[in-house]
Design a protein around this ligand. Structure first.
Ligand code: GAR
Length: 200
């Protein structure tokens, strides 16, 4: 059974989707939900599901990312995860941290990578006049939002969409895509998952 730590910064809806998927014959179980924000709403949701939680507030560390990450690593070491899932974790990780977990760390990003790395993905897709948007799960490498893609889900961009309405449509697909990819990944299967929100 693989041990999974989920890193969050906010409401943790993807964390909930992942945690609730890891039951029965699933090859993994959640062992820690870790946040850089002690006030992250997802921490309470994890506790309510009986998942151990920890928070390492990034703010007292200022610009000292190495010290912040050493504190993260200390929490992770206690939980001894096999796999890290970044789920709305909004801190950029240093190459040293990424190298330590490379091949064992996934991220979900709200765009059809390689399009729109970084922030404000939905506004950028609408602004560009794209017909479709979506989300991607990828392995984390030193290149921001640039690691190998293990799954994507598409949704249409509809007339009148705002960044908010599009984000909500994409988020529904995130909740299906991330568990589907993790299930395969935990079984050492890197076959990409493809979901189409227009046909499902
Ligand atoms: C999700 O839409 C996720 O794709 C995005 O943050 C949101 C977190 O929501 N992640 C990024 O933008 C990473 N760069 P959640 O806390 O409800 O899962």
């Amino acid at each position: 059974m693989k041990r999974v730590a989920i890193l969050i910064s906010g409401g943790g809806s993807n964390m909930v989707a992942l945690a609730e998927s890891m039951v029965g014959d699933h090859p993994a179980r959640p062992v820690l939900v870790l946040s850089n924000d002690p006030g992250a709403g997802g921490l309470e949701k994890a506790r309510a599901r009986g998942i151990p939680t920890a928070a390492v507030d990034h703010r007292p560390f200022g610009k000292d990312r190495a010290a912040f990450e050493a504190a993260l690593q200390a929490e992770l070491a206690k939980a001894a995860p096999d796999i890290l899932c970044l789920a709305g974790f909004m801190r950029i990780l240093t190459p040293g941290f990424v190298a330590h977990w490379e091949g064992r760390m996934l991220n979900i990003h709200p765009s059809l990578l390689p399009k729109y790395r970084g922030l404000n993905t939905h506004a950028r897709a609408i602004e560009a006049g794209d017909a479709q948007a979506g989300c991607s799960v990828h392995e984390v490498t030193a290149e921001l939002d640039g690691g190998p893609v293990l799954g994507q889900a598409r949704v249409p961009i509809l007339p009148g969409d705002t960044a908010e309405t599009l984000a909500a449509r994409v988020l529904e697909m995130e909740h299906r895509l991330y568990p589907a990819v993790l299930r395969r990944y935990a079984a050492d299967d890197k076959t990409p998952v493809v979901l189409d929100g227009a046909n499902s």
